[in-house]
Every structure is written in C-alpha cells, then in structure tokens.
Design a protein around this ligand. Structure first.
Ligand code: IPM
Ligand code: MN
Length: 357
C-alpha cells in the first residue's frame, strides 16, 4: 500500500524523536513492501518564529489531505511568557479542533523489563494495562465564554466546562467498542457530585452502556481516580473521561511505566485520519543532546500503522521490537544511570529488531 504522512517535528526534542520514528516506520514499511512518503512542516514555536503563527493555513491544509500525521512536541521557554499573545499550544488545540480529533487514546502499560524503573512497588504495577480515552475537542479547553475582565476593582477570569450529549455519546461508544476487544470493563471518570457537565456526562455514558451488555461499566470521581491509579492501576481496562481530567490523569498514570518517554498516543476522529504523538513534551533541557528516548514516538508510529493504515501486523512488529530492545537491556538516559544509549543508537537497535521480528 501507499500512504502520505505529514510530519510535524515541532520544538525541543520533537525533531529528534520524530526522526527516529520515521526511520523505524520506513524500515517496517520496506520490510512489508509498503510505500510511505513523508512531508515535513513547521509547527509550534518554530513556526511562530518563521511564519508568525504556530499552525499556518498551508500546514493545516496539508494535514487535512494526509493519510496520517506524526507529531513530535511543541513549546519551550522561548515562547512561554504569560503575556505572549501567540503560543505554540494554540496550534495544537486548533489542529485537534479543525480535524475533529475527538478521541485521544493513551495506552499505559508497564513493560516487564522496566518494572524496577517504576517509582511504585512491583506488586502495584505488575499487570498494568490501561487504555485511557480522553475526549479531546470539547470541555473546558474549548467552552465559551472564555474571558478576562474587570468587575469593579477586581480583574476576573472565566472558563466554561461545556459538553453536549453528542460529544459525550461518541466518545462513550468508542470506549465500549474498544473495551469489547479487551477486558470488557469501562471506567468513566467525572466529578458528578459537583459539576453539572459531569452529571450530563454520566447520564449519557449510562445510556450508551445499554447497547453493550457484555461490558461492565464503573464510575469513579476524578479525585478518587487519582488515588486509585497509585493504589491499584491493575484494576482498570478502558478509562473514558473528559478533556481536562484526561490530561491530568494520563500524566499521573504515565509515571507508573518508569518514564514519560515511553508512552505513545493517537488522536482519532471518525474515518482513518489520525494524529500520532508521544505524550511527553518538548523537554527543552535535553534538546539536541541525543538523550531523548525515542520509544514514545516509535510506539506512536506503531499506532499510526494500526489505526490510520489498518496495518496491524506491522504495528505489532514495531511493538515487539520495542519490547525485545528493552528485554535485551537497551536503555536511554531516562531509564538508567550507566551504559546508556543515545537516541540514534536506540533507534538503530529498534530498526534492526524490526527486521528480525
Ligand atoms: C497534552 C498537552 C496539551 C494539552 C498542551 C500542550 C496544550 O499537555 O497533549 O496533554 O493540555 O492537551
Ligand atoms: Mn498534558
């Protein structure tokens, strides 16, 4: 098959990890006789510097016409002033909204070879295999009104946490469908004891669950979920939640695996176009030093094969290569103190293992 992939390396370590993911994708594509073409575009802080905006119309149009998008990371201290009117993150939010990428899949697994890198005791992280489904195009990130204004002598600020039934319904359906192929358990996370938007969320999720009698539905309030992730993450299969709760809980859960550098994500809509990115940020402190762990980006590339190109065997080949590399003791600097590999050395090992797998 043939596919066109738009690559948005972005800022900080973004270019290093997307280069690694492209190399692994290309290696796997050749092995299985597929033809991938890559087209790089500026995005984020570097696009602000050269084009004045984080996401140009030209880049947006290229993304809309692609088969899939591979993203590195955006942002950094250079563009971080609280008074800045143009910010790298705006590009990411606009891209999600314009492409209607409402479903953010963030799998959190603990590799057996890395159990001792986890800050939690072995028995708390063995068997962790959670698929977070974060709603990505609504909620408090996008709700209107959103403003700063003076009331009397006070400066005030307002954000709106908005959800419509349809927005909750589509992510809920995806959660149940996904869980049917896994352990048939969905945990919906909300704050229904306080928030009206959460009461709507819960009502709609319960309605949708009626169509999936084979899947068990559980509810957790977000504060107690934060606790359960530390105390018993092994209990969860698919976790579905709103935009901001998902943002916070997935950062928390990522720590279980031993390094934020390991975790991939996919942002999907109906149809096959998707955006794939590691969940780590641009890590400006280590950018350009060859220290970044490419695995989060490489596993995102595996998700790209699976969800946008419908190439499951190719996806599993990459995932097996990652697991074998870790089993053999290959470690970047985030995972060990000595005998560590650079980003390119790790990438070389992964490519070789893709060919061997
Ligand atoms: C993420 C990031 C983004 C978010 C930022 C960079 C806008 O934290 O993808 O989790 O909050 O969604
Ligand atoms: Mn985040």
């Amino acid at each position: 098959m043939q596919a066109k992939i738009i690559v948005l390396p972005g800022d900080g370590i973004g270019p290093e990890v997307t280069a690694a993911a492209m190399e692994v994708l290309q290696t796997a594509a050749e092995k299985f006789n597929h033809k991938l073409t890559f087209e790089e575009h500026l995005f984020g802080g570097c696009a602000i510097d050269s084009q004045g905006v984080p996401l140009s119309e030209n880049t947006l149009a290229a993304c809309k016409a692609a088969d899939a998008i591979l993203l590195g990371a955006v942002g950094g201290p250079k563009w971080d002033s609280p008074s800045a009117s143009v910010r790298p993150e705006q590009g990411l939010l606009r891209l999600r909204k314009e492409l209607d990428l409402f479903a953010n899949l963030r799998p959190v697994k603990v590799f057996p070879a890395l159990i001792d890198s986890s800050p939690l005791r072995r028995e708390r992280v063995e068997n962790v295999d959670i698929l977070f489904l974060r709603e990505l195009t609504s909620g408090i990130y996008f709700g209107q009104p959103r403003e700063r204004k003076n009331i009397g002598s006070q400066e005030t600020a307002l954000d709106t946490m908005f959800y419509s039934e349809d927005e909750v319904r589509r992510i809920a359906h995806l959660a149940f469908e996904t869980s049917q192929k896994r352990r048939k358990s969905v945990t919906s996370v909300d704050k229904a004891n306080v928030l009206e938007s959460s009461r709507l969320w819960r009502k709609v999720v319960i309605e949708v669950s009626g169509s999936y009698p084979d899947v068990t539905l559980h509810h957790q309030l977000v504060d107690s979920m934060a606790m359960r992730i530390i105390q018993g993450a092994g209990d969860f299969d698919v976790v579905v939640t709103s935009n901001m709760f998902g943002d916070i809980l997935t950062d928390e859960a990522s720590v279980l695996s031993g390094s934020l550098g390991l975790l991939p994500s996919a942002s999907l809509r109906s149809g096959s176009l998707g955006l794939y990115e590691p969940i780590h940020g641009s890590a400006p402190d280590i950018a350009g030093k060859g220290l970044a762990n490419p695995i989060g980006s490489v596993l995102s590339a595996a998700m790209l094969f699976r969800y946008s190109l419908n190439l499951d065997e190719e996806a599993r080949c990459i995932e097996t290569a990652v697991q074998n590399a870790l089993d053999q003791g290959a470690r970047t600097a985030d995972l060990a103190d000595s005998n560590t590999l650079t980003t390119t050395e790790m990438t070389g090992i992964l490519c070789k293992l893709v060919l061997d797998a």
